[in-house]
Write a protein that binds this ligand. Structure first.
Ligand SMILES: C[S@@+](CC[C@H](N)C(=O)[O-])C[C@H]1O[C@@H](n2cnc3c(N)ncnc32)[C@H](O)[C@@H]1O
Ligand code: SF4
Ligand code: SF4
Length: 379
């Protein structure tokens, strides 16, 4: 991304928070295509609700083209349930990429046989993630279902081979949810990722209620308790060491914060989400970030959902969240501080030719002035 574009986006997220108004469009747009699934994993709240609901393809396409028209280059992540159970999944992927949207999918791997893997590689997706929750079948299958580990590993293998054969294709990732059941073997999953030849391994801590992530609770059966914290620390040390020498694990925040998350001492000052960065569209059409719904896509457009009274109220509550959830993509630290935004822009500007520098500085100043005027008027 060009430094001026990055600067303007960071400012838009920054001032959206300051003014409590969606001047920025959401970057991460999670679309839960169905809550049907092949499994019923222990920690997953999704498949226990809204089973009979699915948005129809035409409404989804209308929404995707609305997102495309924002020209914000948002990332649409198709999830579920199991998104590959939808018959129109490839049509939706193609449509979404056709709108210029970064399009991603998360799967448990069950439906990904060799022909499906080949289709995925050529589909226009930019990232395909498969969940692996244990370093062996015993752990993974206990969390998910008998046979699920082998199927997930096989799916990843088909994907990696098809990508090699085609010489192109999406980033292939493993997603691992950190919880009590797998804490002892988290770092061993690195070797599965390495041996399969996937592009990255993303860890994120378990949450308790997926529609209200503030509801973290040490009483949940899969929560890492105080006796297991030293084990978690040791696992993080190993991951950090591996990452230093080999990459593979894109830490989007300091992984040692996971310890504070599980021991209940994590505070907003250390990690916070930006309520304007992400939204989730449920299979019933409800749009939310965290907590209560902003509105329903069956009644209004996505843009309208983002400015309902309910959306302002939900974001107000999010801004006061006392139990940050540490979900990988919900934060936007690069837009938290105005000073940081300006410093980063100035640093990156140095490599530009003099004539472009002047143009960019003028444009940047005029953008900041506009926001300052808004600030004076409304705050
Ligand atoms: C809800 S699943 C949907 C996609 C697909 N069925 C799968 O399992 O990958 C999306 C991701 O959420 C993770 N997940 C499930 N329950 C979770 C929880 N309570 N906290 C955090 N992540 C969770 C899954 O492991 C998976 O990586
Ligand atoms: S496979 Fe995914 S959606 Fe299905 S129950 Fe497990 S985590 Fe939930
Ligand atoms: S940090 Fe944000 S997304 Fe996470 S629980 Fe708090 S309000 Fe919800």
């Amino acid at each position: 991304m060009d430094c001026l574009e990055k600067f303007e986006k960071n400012l838009a997220y920054h001032y959206s928070e300051v003014l409590n108004y969606p001047l920025a469009k959401p970057y991460w747009i999670y679309v839960s295509l169905t809550h049907r699934c092949t499994y019923n994993c222990q920690m997953c709240g999704v498949v226990k609700i809204l089973k009979g609901y699915e948005l129809d393809g035409e409404l989804l396409k209308r929404t995707l083209s609305e997102i495309g028209s924002w020209k914000w280059r948002s990332a649409v992540v198709f999830t579920g349930g199991e998104p590959f159970l939808r018959k129109d999944i490839f049509e939706l992927i193609e449509f979404s990429s056709g709108q210029g949207l970064v399009t991603e999918c998360i799967s448990n791997g069950y439906p990904i046989d060799q022909p499906t893997a080949e289709k995925i590689i050529l589909s226009g997706l930019q990232n395909i993630a498969v969940s692996i929750d244990g370093a062996n079948a015993l752990t993974h299958d206990a969390i998910r279902e008998k046979g699920s580990f082998d199927r997930a590993v096989r799916a990843l293998d088909y994907l990696v081979r098809s990508k090699k054969k085609e010489g192109r294709g999406p980033q292939i990732s493993i997603w691992t949810t950190i919880m009590k059941e797998n804490v002892e073997e988290l770092s061993q999953i690195i070797y599965i990722a390495r041996d399969l030849g996937v592009d990255c391994l993303v860890y994120h801590p378990v949450i308790v209620a997926q529609d209200d992530m503030q509801n973290t609770s040490p009483q949940a059966p899969f929560w890492i308790n105080s006796q297991q914290i030293p084990t978690l620390r040791h696992q993080i040390d190993t991951m950090v060491d591996y990452h230093k020498n080999n990459g593979l694990i894109p830490f989007l925040h300091d992984p040692y914060l996971w310890i504070r998350y599980f021991d209940g001492s994590l505070r907003r000052e250390e990690w916070k989400c930006n309520p304007f960065v992400f939204i989730n569209i449920g299979p019933d059409g409800e749009v939310r970030s965290c907590g209560s719904s902003f509105g329903n896509l069956k009644d209004m457009s996505l843009g309208q959902c983002l400015v309902t009274n309910e959306s302002f109220e939900a974001r107000r509550k999010m801004k006061n969240c006392q139990k940050p959830c540490l979900q990988t993509c919900w934060s936007h630290p690069e837009s938290d501080s105005l000073e940081f935004i300006v410093e980063e822009f100035s640093r990156e500007l140095k490599s530009k030719p003099p004539s472009q520098k002047v143009k960019y500085i003028n444009k940047a100043l005029s953008t900041i002035n506009c926001y300052q005027k808004l600030l004076k008027k409304y705050v």
